[in-house]
Design a protein. Sequence first.
Length: 326
Amino acid sequence: MHLFSSALLAIYRASTEETLQEFQTAAIHSLHECFQFDAVVLGATQFYSRPGIYIIGAHIDGLPRTFMDDYLPLLSRDPIMRSLLAGLNRPLLADLHFYYQNLNLVALADFADQYHLHQVMTFGDMPRSGHPTRWIMFFMDGESGFSPAQQKRLANLWPHISQATSICDGRVTALRNLAPPTFALALLNHCGEIEYADARFVELLQLEWPERDIACAARQVQAQLLEARTFKGKCIEITMVPDSASVCQARPTAALAAMTPRETLVARRFAAGLSHKEVARELGISPNTVRTQLTHIYSKLRLHDKGALANYLLSQTAGGSPDRPH
């Protein structure tokens, strides 16, 4: 489950940071953590009255460049592609050699043999009028096919891949609203609970609630995320990624954005009245490290002493206080 969640988060992160081609490459790399396959095609198909089925994009991994050129003349005769465009309730598994031969589709059977496409597992979007149908095809060269467990895993994973592709497709107009690389990401499950979060997300939760464990801190934001899709605290802002019902992003508030999470912990404690030694003891670091980090903090914020630091943090947290730990 951890690998599955990790792969999902990597796919969503790539959708907010990469070009479409880079995203597709990153998505396929993540899929290797969830499935065993020799080749994969991640594509999109549109149906027009003329000339009929048309592939508007395909990212191919593990197959020669000639693959798509050879497949396009056979596309409209392929019952597997027809099934994809009609909409599949669950991933389709097939032994291509026998599948095409039993239907007397000699050209398609020869094509599958030419590229050593013995086993296929495919799934895609349900058709929507005026929208392309996104789909994925996994291939294996061997007698043993894809397992029912892999079929179920693809059924669970595909909605996220499609959604992440939509996010990436909209980067030109939506990029200003999406998480830049400095944002942290977390994945919500169907109950709205934080199921998996990257290390940066956990660090930001610890900034907001230094005396609470992560599970308790996460519960503080879940209700607001489900209701309003946003949470704003003293140290962090958490919002749902646009066009996503499963991914949330966190960033430091304006006062803290210039500092690293560890620098923020030091700044809050020092501004609240702790000495260098007390801050060092609480954070498990040396007093010299505290002094070095305070030097960096003063430089970043263009401040010169503890009083100025306290006033700055106070002014940036809506009338709160730097929060001396108990």
